[in-house]
Design a protein around this ligand. Sequence first.
Ligand SMILES: Cc1ncc(COP(=O)(O)O)c(C=O)c1O
Length: 402
Amino acid sequence: MTLERHLGDRLSAFSAAETRIQTPCLLIDLAVVRQRYAQLERAFPTAAIYYAVKANPSPEVIGLVRDNGGCFDIASRYELDKVLGMGVSPSRVSFGNTIKKARDVAYFYEKGVRLFATDSAADLAQIAEHAPGAQVYVRVLTEDRPGADWPLSRKFGCEPGMAIDLIKQARALGLWPRGVSFHVGSQQRDLAAWGAALDRVKKIFTSAWQAGIALDLINLGGGLPGNYVNPTPELRRYAEVIEQAIAERFRHTPVKLIMEPGRYLVADAGVLVTEVVLVSRKDDSGPRWVYVDAGKFGGLIETMDESIKYPIYTNAQNEAATEPVILAGPTCDSADILYEKHQYPLPLSLKSGDRVYFVGTGAYTTSYSAVEFNGFPPLASFYYDSQAVQVVSDADKKKCAA
Ligand SMILES: Cc1ncc(COP(=O)(O)O)c(C=O)c1O
């Protein structure tokens, strides 16, 4: 496969945008984000979409979700300020982070947010104090399953028994316990993960009902995939399985569904354009090391443990003759190795100055990149729209423009 084939009819818009940047730079095609949003709405017609802003907090993506009527899963007061500053009503916001300061709860409440996630008694108490009467949903732990390339199973959520206690406490504290949330792990390739999580949700709903509390909200979290090297089922399959799992468990309970997609909406829209800094060997017979100008600290942190394997292409001549390489970033840190176990076959002709394209990098790249490690600036980004006549916006023009 080549980049040309990968991008298909989006190639010319990509190439036009590429002429306007210096590497390293993330190019985001907003047409893809728009398409993913529409696909998600079609696949899950009854679910409200709360975009997980952390995946790509650019004004371009936030504006697109806002204009399509979407809502927002917010992790911090800084994300909140950004989203509200773009004219989004606080009624379209959920404070989805269970780890928060009391003064941030108060801040969200003052700004008009009324929907909060929680997973502990201490957090619930501060919500009750600083956001009186607010709606809360309790995040339940999910099982540790191998299907997620970026697991989120340990740090967030509580066991179902504790979730039930928190729901009862929420009522006693004058809050409005609405329901339950979970996250099956990001880039979840195992469709059965949702059914297993929904079993837990069902158990909590039933116990709450027995305690006289009618819950009505299920937050399905994230987990829907981007297209990387390891294949995933189609979105349609996810939708079928999730819909069936809900129907089986909540046939007699009216539930409102929300979902918090991050990766699915933005990953496939991005191509991180990098330049080869150096190609070398440690000895005559060892593998080639290819050093590019964006590494773990320049946006590619999800290569940690080689968890996310992006499709990679180059513009080198003689693409046919290839050899497996070790790929690494530009900083003076030995952790800055991208792929060593998984050795991508890259052209033998690859040399300094060539371009290496990391495809599917629209999610969790710019927002993760270091501020000044080794002096390198944060990853720049450039937004274009392959369905528009001309480039619509370029957020980081100053940083990016050649
Ligand atoms: C609370 C919450 N919701 C949604 C998401 C988005 O998950 P994904 O990118 O897998 O869609 C995350 C990611 O960390 C999250 O923490």
